[in-house]
Design a protein around this ligand. Structure first.
Ligand code: SAH
Length: 358
């Protein structure tokens, strides 16, 4: 729901200030229509239904995985694709993964979103509407900003959305913002944000040259400075930073790489999450054995580490696979060497059963 339009419309109808909170409370509780908002006068409900659509996003496609994961593809009012995922865990937890941008201007080489055309930043309402879509299906209790886009490039809108998530049942401690280490946003987030929202850093390689090869953003904001800012966050908030590390066979997954990682981290400030690679065309995923050996090195160095559970295998809803498919093939930059080889990959996604969600 466009919360700015809601406020303006209520003001134009001469409604008292508390109406906005009333309408929002219904929406945050999962109401599927204005008709359900029984403490709002019926003439006003009808006016709102005409003037402020319940969502700023149009649902274009929804895919359901066998493990219960749901991926939704939306369009913004001006036609940009947005994807979000609901992950249902066996222990009852319900986590949603939302996008902060349509596409992403960064070009991490292993990520499908990085290869599609960047659209624009999403508004706080567009981010919340992804969450509300799933909230209408069932209660949700966890949110990760790990969909399309780089949240620290759109921090105001990301925070605007995150601050309202508790109304949906998602506390700040169960909200995680993930970043490649975009320093201007990260600095603000570490130093200025009061809420206990969690931080995750996509690290992927401790060696500077390798990290730059995988994530060109590393040339601009070197890992050392980024880790220093993460430590600042830990000091100020008293919470560990999650480190995301995608396991690429023969690229960043050797015991030596694990040792390099252990040397730049410390056990009090960081917790590593090893991510099995979800195929997007260019790399191969590490074997189970390689992942176990990598984790063994971290264990011996006493760096807390877990291996991320892979979910949504059959619907391309996994980490790094959000590229607005099926229905809308990812648009690749003409200069991208992947453009040709990645096409069949994109087309296959809709019906293939080999993908995974994390
Ligand atoms: N731009 C932010 C938010 C996106 S989070 C960030 O990068 O942190 C998406 C997470 O999935 C990141 O940790 C990213 O590195 C990871 N990822 C990207 N492509 C992936 C792939 N193909 N397989 C597994 N994880 C991937």
């Amino acid at each position: 729901m466009d919360l700015v339009a809601l406020e303006e419309t209520l003001a134009a109808h001469g409604e008292p200030a508390y109406r906005e909170a009333q309408v929002w409370a219904w929406a945050a509780g999962g109401a599927g229509s204005y008709e359900e908002m029984t403490n709002v006068p019926s003439s006003l409900r009808a006016a709102l239904a005409r003037e402020v659509p319940l969502s700023t996003l149009l649902l274009e496609h929804e895919a359901h995985a066998r493990d219960g994961t749901v991926k939704a593809l939306f369009r913004t009012g001006d036609g940009h694709p947005v994807e979000a995922v609901l992950i249902r865990y066996r222990d009852g937890r319900r986590s949603i993964c939302v996008s902060s941008q349509s596409g992403c201007p960064l070009t991490c080489t292993f990520c499908a979103t990085g290869a599609m055309r960047f659209g624009r930043n999403l508004t706080a309402s567009e981010i919340l509407d992804q969450a509300l879509h799933f909230r209408r299906l069932e209660p949700v209790d966890n949110c990760v900003f790990m969909g399309m886009g780089e949240p620290m490039l759109n921090l105001d809108h990301v925070l605007g959305a995150a601050r309202r998530l508790p109304d949906l049942g998602i506390t700040h401690r169960r909200t995680t913002i993930s970043t490649v280490g975009w320093l201007p946003g990260l600095r603000r987030f570490a130093r200025e944000v009061g809420e206990p929202i969690r931080l995750a850093l996509s690290l992927h390689a401790a060696d500077p040259a390798l990290r730059s090869r995988l994530m060109p953003v590393n040339d601009r904001y070197p890992l050392g400075e980024v880790l220093a800012e993460c430590r600042r966050y830990v000091e100020l908030r008293g919470r560990r930073v999650f480190v995301e590390y995608v396991m690429l066979a023969g690229v960043n997954d050797s015991p030596e790489h694990a040792l390099q990682l252990a040397l730049v981290l410390d056990s009090k400030a960081f917790k590593v999450n090893l991510i099995p690679y979800n195929p997007t065309g260019r790399f191969d995923g590490s074997s189970r054995e390689a992942i176990a050996a990598f984790k063994g090195v971290l264990d011996r160095a006493r760096i807390p580490a877990t291996v991320r559970l892979t979910r949504g295998r059959d619907i391309a809803a996994a980490c790094g696979q959000l590229a607005a498919a099926p229905g809308v093939a990812a648009v690749r930059r003409p200069s991208e060497p992947r453009a040709v080889s990645a096409r069949p990959e994109t087309r296959r996604r809709g019906r293939d059963a080999r993908r995974s969600h994390t």
